[in-house]
Design a protein around this ligand. Structure first.
Ligand SMILES: C[S@@+](CC[C@H](N)C(=O)[O-])C[C@H]1O[C@@H](n2cnc3c(N)ncnc32)[C@H](O)[C@@H]1O
Length: 285
């Protein structure tokens, strides 16, 4: 199969994430409750404080843009950009509910930022950069739009075996149909899982004082059914794989996913370990 062009990847990303925006809104409370610690870590790594102007890349339904807006306060501001307008509609609704007037969202591509050079004090991004077809370009854009001395803080997923709640669905599909081996360089959930990969890109883009840490946590669901439903409603890449299957194959994949998930039962809940890579760096100056 021919390698898709960067434009084709961007276009399918936009379609994929627009398609699951309703699912993200439905599961918003889950994300808030289970993953807030990642937003706090990003806000800390980006050194956000009162009055700063922040850019958030791939904000989706508002993470970590909304916490960033609360942190920089009325004297600061946050711009969140994302390819998928339907995700941003949810983010805008949440900003309004929170009474935040210092955050705006606009549709855009993280590899071609529509902003002047040195126009932000800080850049944040959670679980977006690995989906880009040209990550070094985005790294260069981050370095370009940061003011001298400004910090960038980025979260991406670490290895699939350390993130079974994501990895086991792919493994289940592979048990049912023959899939070509995953190209580790292709855009996707685990594209930046290798230690040093994103850190190296940010360093080559000109950032210094780089830190990169695997940050361990966990998230938990009320039942295997709740886990399976959320996975199917929010995980655009998993949805894409499931769409290639027959109904009988889908049922078999569901059985395998639920069976694998049940191994993570702890007390009354299904609790998965998660591992993110948190990479931060500063523009010299
Ligand atoms: C897994 S979601 C993460 C959303 C949010 N940051 C969070 O952590 O909940 C990935 C987001 O990245 C966005 N995205 C993918 N490629 C992008 C690109 N080239 N430029 C901007 N956003 C992009 C998608 O539209 C999607 O909303």
């Amino acid at each position: 199969m021919a390698t898709p062009s960067p434009e084709q990847v961007i276009d399918s990303q936009r379609q994929d994430w627009n398609r699951v925006a309703g699912g993200w809104e439905k599961w918003d409370r889950f994300f808030d409750e289970q993953m807030a610690f990642l937003n706090h870590r990003l806000v800390g790594d980006a050194r956000l404080r009162n009055g700063l102007r922040v850019l958030d890349l791939g904000s989706g339904t508002g993470y970590p843009a909304l916490l960033a807006a609360q942190t920089v306060g009325a004297g600061g501001s946050v711009v969140g950009i994302d390819l998928a307008e339907h995700m941003l509609t949810v983010a805008e609704r949440k900003a309004k509910q929170l009474g935040l007037q210092n955050v705006t969202f606009r549709v855009g591509d993280a590899t071609t930022l529509p902003f002047e050079s040195a126009s932000f004090d800080s850049v944040t991004s959670r679980f977006c950069l690995m989906f880009l077809p040209e990550i070094p370009k985005a790294a260069a854009e981050i370095a370009r739009v940061l003011k001298p001395g400004g910090w960038a803080a980025v979260a991406v997923w670490s290895a699939p075996e350390k993130n079974p709640s994501i990895g086991l669905s792919m493994a289940a599909v592979r048990q049912v149909i023959d899939l070509p081996p995953t190209d580790p360089m292709a855009p996707g959930i685990f594209r930046l899982a290798q230690p040093g990969d994103l850190a190296g890109m940010l360093e080559r883009a000109g950032l210094t004082d780089i830190t990169a840490q695997e940050f361990l946590g966990e998230w938990s669901y009320g039942s295997t059914d709740e886990y399976y439903t959320s996975l199917m409603e929010i995980a655009a890449p998993v949805q894409n794989l499931m769409a290639t299957l027959s109904e009988a194959q889908r049922q078999e994949v569901k059985r395998l996913i639920i069976q694998a998930a049940s191994q993570f039962q702890r007390g009354a809940r299904i609790t998965f370990p998660i591992a993110a890579r948190m990479v931060a760096g500063r523009k010299p100056g």
